[in-house]
Design a binder for this molecule. Sequence first.
Ligand code: HSE
Length: 310
Amino acid sequence: MKTVKIFAPASVGNSACGFDVIGFAIDAPGDELIVSLTDRHKEIKIIDIQGDNGKLSWDSAKNTASVAIQAYLQHLGIEQGVEIRLHKKMPLGSGLGSSAASAVAGAVAINELMDKPLKRKDLLPFAMEGERIACGAAHADNVAPSLIGGFVLVRSYNPLDVVPIKTPQNLVAIVVHPHIEVSTKTAREILPTEISLSTAITQWGNVGGLVAGLCMADMGLIGRSLQDVVAEPVRAKLIPHFDAIKQAMLGAGALGSSISGSGPSVFALAANTDTAEKVRIAVTTLLTKVGMPHDIYVSPINLQGAKVIG
Ligand code: HSE
């Protein structure tokens, strides 16, 4: 049976100011997906899911990986059966792009098995279909970086225009995942449907600043631009100790800090590994003191995106 194993990395959606339009990938954690071709006509079957504590559906119409595969096969008019084994190696509902990683792994896996008729970036719409199943919106700020690595700007959704952004060397991400779950769907439902012009001006100034700061490797500008006046003020209340976590990160020298995706994870960027370690220690000390169980990931920006590992 022709089989491929794919790793797709976690990602930080929004990257503070870029709600639904900027995200970046980190090296770990991530998902592993094993996909095999079968001779069962058009049957897309999930035969194993591990690491999800029984939370994910085995119905192939409801799982982000199988939905991405289905969308790909349908688009190319291929009537192929596949079997899927999913090893979740990252927390669900964490704001780390878990559903996106599975969807990306699905799209990359089936393209490999079909001998790569599509380019990597052209797999994005199929991975986005997986994201739509997970949270009701086909946002690309997690799937795009998980697919192609680095920082990515979604300049437009219609038509889809995705722009890789240069990533400065040495930039390190610190992501803390407090052990609570926040569903992206819920975190989107509480957002305002309209914002004031002055709020929009602040936000798009920061979006431009972040992109320019990344391109010029201007750490000061990156830090000043990591501000979110749209989603963070509303979502922060879903995250226990959010203000204290953010202050601990900034106090330890982080360039900036905000909610990772729709939360509850909180991320910071640091200009080098020494500062990242100080940020890690500050957050660990805080969350240990307040008795909040958590995981913390310290990672360079992942520049490769999903990869074949077997
Ligand atoms: N941009 C999405 C949101 C990311 O903030 O809802 C979800 O991880």
